[in-house]
Design a protein around this ligand. Structure first.
Ligand SMILES: [Zn+2]
Length: 376
C-alpha cells in the first residue's frame, strides 16, 4: 500500500521538482511554465521560488516589457551559486579544476610539482588550492567540496591508497591528505574512476562504458548503466595490468608483459628523452624511427582494446594525457581494433575523452555537485 506523503515530505518533493525543472531547462522559464509542467498551483510555485531567490540558487533573468504589455518574468538557474573543486595528484604535477553545478568549468590550472608522500607536499597542494580559489575570486562559502584523485587503487572505507605504482605507494593511509584539506569536505578516489564518471555524466543515460586512461600509468574504469562498477575489492578496471605479452617487458607492478609496460605514455616520451607533444610533432613530420615506435605502441594498444571490447561488449573511451593527441589517429586505431575482435565492423564504440586531460578533476568534483542536486 502506498503511504500518503506527509505535508513536510510533499513540500520537500515540490521544492526538489521545481529546482530540477529549472536546472534541466537550458533557457530561463516562467512561473506559469513551471506550474503547468509540474501540475502545481501558482502559489506553491511562487512560495518555492521566493525561497530559492532568497537563497541565491535561482534568479530573475530580467523584466521584459513588450509592446503588448508586460511579459511574465523569467527565472534562471544561478549556476555558480555553488561550485566544487577537483584536484588531480600526479607524479610530476597537480591539476586543479573548479566547476559550477552545471559542470561548466570555472577555472583550470596545472602546476608542476614532484610528488612526495610527505605532510609538506600535501600542505603545499592545499596552498595551491587556496591560491587557485583566490585567483578565480571564488567565495569559499559556496564551495561544496574538494575531490582528489590519485593514480592508484583507493580503499575509501579503510581510507588508504592500496596501490599506486606511478607514485610508488602501497597501503598508505589517507590521513595526511585529509588533514591538509580539512577546511573543506574532501574525498579521495582513483583517477580513472573519476574520469569515467565525468564521461558518463555527459553521455546519454544508462550507457555501459569503459574508460581507459593512458598516462604514465595505464588505468581504467567500468561504468554499468552510468554506475561505477568497482568490483568486489574495489580493484576493477585495472586494464593496465592485463598481460598482453607473456614474459614480456617488466612492469612497475612487479609482473611482466602488462599493457602498461607497453602503453605507458613514457614509451613515447620519457624513454625517448622527449615530450609527448614533440613525439607527435615528429610523427607528423614523417620521422621514420618515431613512426615505427608509434606503430608498435598502437599495435599493443589495439591488442589491449580488443581484449577489453571482447570481454565487456560496450563503448570504450580513450582518455588520459595521450587522448589529446589521438584525434588524427582514431580512425586507424578503430580499424585495427576491429581486425582483432570477432563482431565489430566499424569502431564507433571507441571515442576520445570529452574533457581531455581534465576529466579526472571534473569527475571527482562532480560527485559533490550530484550530492548537492540530490539533497533537495
Ligand atoms: Zn603491471
Amino acid at each position: 500500500m502506498q503511504r500518503a506523503l506527509t505535508s513536510a515530505a510533499l513540500k520537500q518533493t515540490n521544492r526538489r521538482r521545481i529546482y530540477q525543472y529549472v536546472y534541466q531547462n537550458a533557457e530561463p522559464v516562467t512561473k506559469q511554465e513551471i506550474a503547468g509542467a509540474l501540475g502545481l498551483s501558482l502559489p506553491t510555485v511562487s512560495n518555492n521560488l521566493n525561497d530559492f531567490l532568497d537563497e541565491g540558487l535561482l534568479s530573475y533573468s530580467g523584466t521584459q516589457a513588450s509592446t503588448g504589455g508586460r511579459k511574465p518574468r523569467t527565472i534562471a538557474l544561478v549556476a555558480d551559486a555553488r561550485f566544487s573543486v577537483g584536484i588531480s595528484i600526479m607524479d610530476d604535477a597537480v591539476r586543479l579544476v573548479a566547476i559550477d553545478i552545471r559542470a561548466q568549468e570555472l577555472g583550470y590550472q596545472k602546476v608542476r610539482r614532484k610528488f612526495s608522500h610527505t605532510p609538506e607536499y600535501y600542505q603545499e597542494a592545499a596552498r595551491l588550492l587556496e591560491n587557485f580559489l583566490d585567483r578565480l575570486g571564488l567565495d569559499r562559502k559556496r564551495l561544496l567540496g574538494v575531490g582528489i584523485t590519485v593514480p592508484g587503487i583507493v580503499d575509501a572505507e579503510r581510507e588508504q591508497v592500496v596501490f599506486a605504482p606511478t607514485l610508488d605507494l602501497r597501503n598508505i593511509p589517507l590521513s595526511e591528505v585529509m588533514e591538509a584539506f580539512s577546511a573543506y569536505p574532501v574525498r579521495v578516489e582513483n583517477d580513472a574512476n573519476a574520469s569515467g564518471y565525468a564521461e558518463s555524466w555527459v553521455r546519454s543515460e544508462n550507457r555501459n562504458l569503459i574508460y581507459l586512461s593512458l598516462e604514465r600509468g595505464v588505468g581504467g574504469a567500468i561504468l554499468m548503466g552510468d554506475k561505477p562498477y568497482t568490483g568486489d575489492n574495489g580493484r576493477s578496471g585495472e586494464f593496465g595490468h592485463i598481460c598482453i605479452v607473456p614474459n614480456g617487458r617488466p612492469c612497475r607492478c612487479g609482473k611482466r608483459g602488462c599493457l602498461e609496460a607497453y602503453c605507458s605514455t613514457s614509451r613515447l616520451s620519457d624513454d625517448l628523452g622527449i615530450t609527448l607533444e614533440e613525439f607527435f610533432t615528429m610523427l607528423k613530420c614523417g620521422n621514420q624511427q618515431i613512426a615505427l615506435t608509434w606503430e608498435q605502441y598502437r599495435n599493443h594498444l589495439t591488442d589491449g582494446l580488443a581484449i577489453i571490447r571482447m570481454g565487456m561488449d560496450c563503448d570504450i573511451v580513450l582518455g588520459g594525457m595521450l587522448a589529446a593527441y589521438l584525434e588524427d589517429h582514431l580512425d586507424r586505431i578503430r580499424q585495427e581494433v576491429c581486425q582483432k575482435t570477432l563482431f565489430d565492423e566499424d569502431g564507433q564504440f571507441l571515442t576520445l575523452d570529452c574533457f581531455k586531460s581534465h576529466s579526472a578533476c571534473v569527475g571527482t568534483a562532480l560527485h559533490y555537485v550530484e550530492r548537492f542536486l540530490s539533497a533537495f
